[in-house]
Design a protein around this ligand. Structure first.
Ligand code: WTA
Length: 677
């Protein structure tokens, strides 16, 4: 079967291009063999996950593998088991032979413009364990205990993973807020969680610029009544305001702790909360997804082996930011459970030169590389020379994440970066799943690669592409990507979504009625071999350079500007970022459309939301297309944005009559005429 008619970013999907790696022969299996193994794993999925769970160390074993929680579709995994993820990441290694193994290599942003690192810090597992015990001791002295809530707003410095591990050790619940988010976004998350402590830093470097993070935090702190204390890490040495009685320097507090500080890891229940991570949905405020200690650790341990084939001589480099789920799972907890040596960096991929990553891969001998499609498309534009001038022969496995990878970007990664020797995969998962769900698994069994596919669902993961009734769609047809059975690492008790059990049910389990399937929000196609090709979001969520952003959030940011009456945001395809937002704006009485106000609104979004989602274009209209009940015709807006003809649009709006949509479409396109840039 071919991928005719199915394309992504204008490229047909090569359903029948099979690539086998000669050097991987010993673990290459036929598609049928994998499918058979997978079928058995999902049929007995509790037994399967129980056997996987035995591979990590529990303080005491579980009594029951899986149990329904008190709210619909919330499950408890490994009920009765006692565990602490920080123990798995640190103590277990320190007690064994990995004690003096390098755990973390951190590289600051090179500021001299010559590619020399500004600063490199390295920690063995033992050194990290000591640091983290000191931090945990200090936090305890400040009164932080099991179940307390803590917010982290920090750049990519070693103290960030250290904080995660120290808080996990104490059994405190933390939430990390991406350092590129605005004060408003920080405050929303702090207040939703009700955090009593905020940990932040003075500043950090990005593209040669100093970013004053504490200043942004201070702004948020004006409207976060639950915060009692702020701990500040000194990173950049910039001037900051410290509020007496509230703000403390980390290094000063650590100086007071005994050198031999040790804090016993809390004996957590498997399904106790480890963290809450906020992510964007279709409407409303961000959703706080809950992850636990036990099930999450089981999934991460397994996927580190299956997907990254992690071994003790590997140097592992994941380019994500810890502010997003990829950083939680595959910079901090996954690699450290696996006892890997991890490379982490501050700054940007193309500063001071577009070979920053390739230089780092060479410098540290990186063997397993986890990257993103947007980065690949961006770096492709510099040609092969920046890659080829470095020796990348240590690389053996490459994966990407965050958004679909178009076949040509995949080929570049495979041929130019991986020298046609390394398996290259596109791991599908999301904040909600906790870890990878669909991927090639070179550490387990490798089925032939295909450029741009996500591969097959992992063992134990009952993922499928279905129609609105939950029935599988035919191969090659687009459908909804679902997971049919619970999995370890799924949104955890008590409510799946922080404080919002009903919203949890409604967002993920209502789309397909009465089947109990978790709906991801993605469209996907399954080919004749059972490979899944995720085609992008089916809802109002954007993926801009892999960052997950709700159109609703951007619309709220726009409407908060004094000149804006109404706004609608839609995503349009972009060669590099995959997708970029464009905005349609209705101005208030007395404001005139024009390039100045368009620029002003872009600046406004940058400041009030964050720089990651500034609309590439702002169009002015006198009204937005709406249904009779006053709802914006979102699909129509989207269709107009991407230039779809009317024929495709009339059936799209659930709520409106065909004639109504037709009329709205015509009016809307007419209003936009002459505004295209
Ligand atoms: C998208 C990121 C295609 C998808 C880990 C999903 C992908 C959303 C892939 C979750 C991939 C992630 N191929 N699409 N390999 N990985 N996505 O929560 O739309 O930031 O629903 O988690 O990213 O984004 P999130």
């Amino acid at each position: 079967m071919s991928g005719e008619g199915v394309s992504f970013l204008g490229e047909p999907l090569p359903f029948s291009e099979y690539i086998e790696l000669p050097n991987w022969r010993h673990r290459h299996v036929g598609i049928e063999a994998y499918r058979e193994f997978w079928r058995r794993s999902v049929e007995n999925h509790e037994d399967f996950w129980a056997s996987v769970a035995r591979e990590i160390e529990w303080f005491s074993p579980w009594e029951k593998v899986l149990e329904k929680g008190e709210h619909p579709h919330v499950y408890r995994w490994f009920v009765g088991g006692k565990i602490n993820i920080s123990y798995l990441c640190l103590d277990k290694h320190v007690r064994g032979w990995r004690k003096n193994k390098l755990a973390l290599i951190w590289e600051g942003e090179p500021v001299d413009g010559k590619g020399e690192p500004r600063e490199v810090r390295k920690f063995t597992y033992y050194e990290l364990w000591r640091e983290i015990n000191k931090i945990a001791y200090m936090l305890k002295e400040l009164g932080i205990k099991r179940g307390d809530k803590v917010a982290l707003y920090m750049p990519m410095i070693p103290e960030l993973p250290m904080m995660l591990l120290a808080l996990a050790r104490l059994g405190a619940i933390f939430t990390v807020i991406f350092s590129g988010f605005s004060a408003e976004n920080l405050a929303i998350r702090i207040n939703d969680l009700g955090a009593s402590l905020l940990v932040t830093a003075d500043g950090f470097y990005r593209r040669g610029r100093l970013i004053n993070l504490k200043e942004v935090a201070d702004k948020a702190l004006e409207s976060t009544p639950s915060i009692e204390r702020v701990i500040v890490v000194k990173r950049a040495g910039n001037e900051v305001r410290m509020k007496q009685g509230r703000d403390l320097w980390l290094h000063e507090e650590l100086a007071k702790t005994p050198a031999a500080a040790y804090v016993e890891p809390e004996r957590m229940n498997s399904d106790d909360i480890l963290y809450v991570l906020y992510t964007s949905g279709t409407t409303g405020k961000p959703k706080g997804i809950i992850h636990d200690h036990g099930g999450y650790a089981v999934l991460l341990n397994a996927t580190m082996k299956w997907i990254f084939d992690i071994r003790d001589d590997d140097i592992y480099f994941c380019v994500a930011d810890i502010g997003w789920v990829t950083g939680h799972s595959y910079i901090v907890f996954g690699p450290m459970i696996a006892g890997a040596t991890l490379v982490m960096y501050e700054g940007s991929l193309d500063y001071p030169e577009p070979d920053r990553w390739w230089a780092m891969i060479e410098r540290y001998g990186v063997s397993v590389f986890y990257t993103t499609p947007t980065a690949v498309r961006m770096l492709m534009r510099f040609g092969e020379e920046p890659v080829k001038k470095h020796n990348l022969s240590t690389l053996r496995i490459i994966h990407s994440v965050g958004e679909p990878i178009n076949p040509s970007a995949w080929r570049w990664l495979y041929e130019v970066v991986g020298d046609s020797r390394c398996p290259v995969g596109s791991t599908w998962w999301m904040t909600e799943t906790g870890g990878i769900m669909i991927s090639h698994a070179p550490g387990l069994m490798l089925v032939p690669l295909k450029p741009g596919t996500n591969g097959m669902p992992l063992p134990g993961v009952d993922a499928d592409v279905v129609d609105e009734n939950g029935e599988p769609v035919k191969p090659g047809e687009r459908g909804l990507l679902v997971i049919k059975k619970p999995w370890p690492g799924m949104p955890a008790p008590p409510t799946g979504m922080w404080g919002e059990p009903e919203r949890y049910r409604q967002v993920y389990f209502e789309k397909i009625k009465d089947r109990g399937f978790f709906f991801s929000g993605d469209y996907a196609v399954k080919d004749g071999d059972g490979y899944i090709w995720v085609a992008g979001r089916a809802d109002e969520v954007l993926k801009v350079a892999g960052h997950r952003i709700g159109t609703y959030e951007l619309e709220s940011a726009l409407v908060s500007h004094k000149a804006v009456a109404e706004a609608a945001v839609a995503g349009v395809p972009d060669e590099v970022k995959g997708e970029v937002p464009i905005a349609y704006v209705v101005l208030k009485e007395g404001y005139k459309p024009g390039p100045e106000i368009a620029e002003e609104l872009k600046r406004w979004v940058k400041e009030s939301f964050g720089p990651i989602a500034v609309p590439s274009n702002v169009f002015f209209v006198s009204k937005l297309p709406k249904t009779r009940s006053g709802k914006i015709m979102r699909r129509l807006v989207k269709a107009v944005a991407v230039g779809k003809p009317l024929g495709d649009v009339t059936t799209l709006e659930d709520e409106a009559a065909v004639e109504e949509v037709r009329q709205a479409y015509e009016e809307f396109t007419k209003a936009l005429r002459g505004q295209k840039t």
